[in-house]
Design a protein around this ligand. Structure first.
Ligand SMILES: Nc1ncnc2c1ncn2[C@@H]1O[C@H](COP(=O)(O)OP(=O)(O)OP(=O)(O)O)[C@@H](O)[C@H]1O
Ligand SMILES: [Mg+2]
Length: 253
């Protein structure tokens, strides 16, 4: 089972230290929350892990492989998947098509593969179809399979984006504010879904960037508190959320 280790990671932009000497460990089978005020560097840390931004200094190790500054498509192939702060689904494709296109296929080693492997193509297509239905069902969107993604509610689009991540077979899930902008009922749905993901597959590692402390309290096992680019505090959820400094800096209490 693969965990994520971040070692002394630093990133400056325009002369500003955005991420500074961040060291953190994320364990498989666990949901770890990354919290902190606006501008703390949480999303930037995700950009660094997925290589959308280049690391200045430090190391990122997933499982036993160093993934620091690999091209983003190779980081994705190592199992690193990301849910963006703004949802990114294909609005004019149906919910089913959105998930089907995210299914990781073993084929297409060459462009002419489909022409010479018709039989195998058929079985691959059936397999993808089955898997797409499975994940749509998993996030409770089976009824919406033929609806264009753009016609779904904001919350349903988030569920769809999560279904795409699951269909992609990623083992490390970087979730940037999955409950932001959702109504309380939908927040509950997402919470149940996160718990289901981790209990059904203990090899998955989930990192959750979240501003809603109720959500963190309910699903996170461990919490990193980030402030001004640094990890200021780390510990068990109740311990971090109960800390005086965290409450003062972040919760304004
Ligand atoms: N491309 C960039 N160039 C310069 N500075 C940037 C760039 N992107 C982000 N920043 C700065 O980096 C800091 C950290 O931003 P980041 O988006 O990582 O914060 P965050 O913790 O995700 O905040 P939020 O909770 O509001 O999403 C902010 O001060 C932001 O203005
Ligand atoms: Mg952010």
């Amino acid at each position: 089972m693969k965990g994520l280790k971040i070692k002394k990671l630093s990133k400056a932009m325009n002369g500003l230290k955005i991420v500074e000497q961040v060291t953190a460990n994320f364990l498989p089978g666990r949901i770890t929350a990354l919290i902190g005020p606006n501008g703390a560097g949480k999303t930037t840390l995700f950009h660094l892990i997925t290589s959308e931004l280049k690391v200045d200094k430090g190391e990122i190790v997933y499982g036993d492989e160093t993934i620091t500054n690999l091209p983003p498509y190779l980081v994705a192939r190592k199992g690193v998947g990301r849910l963006f702060q703004d949802i990114r689904v294909f609005g004019n494709m149906t919910a089913f098509e959105n998930v089907a296109t995210a299914c990781y296929g073993p084929c297409f080693e060459t462009p002419w593969f489909p022409f010479f492997n018709l039989k195998r193509m058929k079985s691959i297509n059936n397999d993808i179809r089955e898997r797409a239905f499975h994940w749509l069902n998993f996030v409770d969107l089976a009824e919406k399979k033929d609806h264009p993604a753009a016609s779904l509610s904001y919350g349903q689009q988030k569920l769809l984006a999560i279904a795409r991540l699951l269909a992609g077979g990623f083992s490390l899930l970087l979730l940037d504010e999955p409950t932001a902008g959702l109504n309380p009922v939908m927040i509950k749905n997402v919470l149940r879904l996160l718990e289901k993901i981790i209990t059904e597959d203990r090899s998955k590692t989930v990192i959750l960037v979240e501003h809603n402390m109720g959500v963190v309290n309910e699903v996170a096992d461990w919490v990193y508190f980030m402030n001004e680019g640094r990890i200021a505090f780390f510990g068990r959820t109740d311990h971090v959320l109960g800390d005086k400094e965290v409450r003062e800096i972040y919760l304004g209490l």
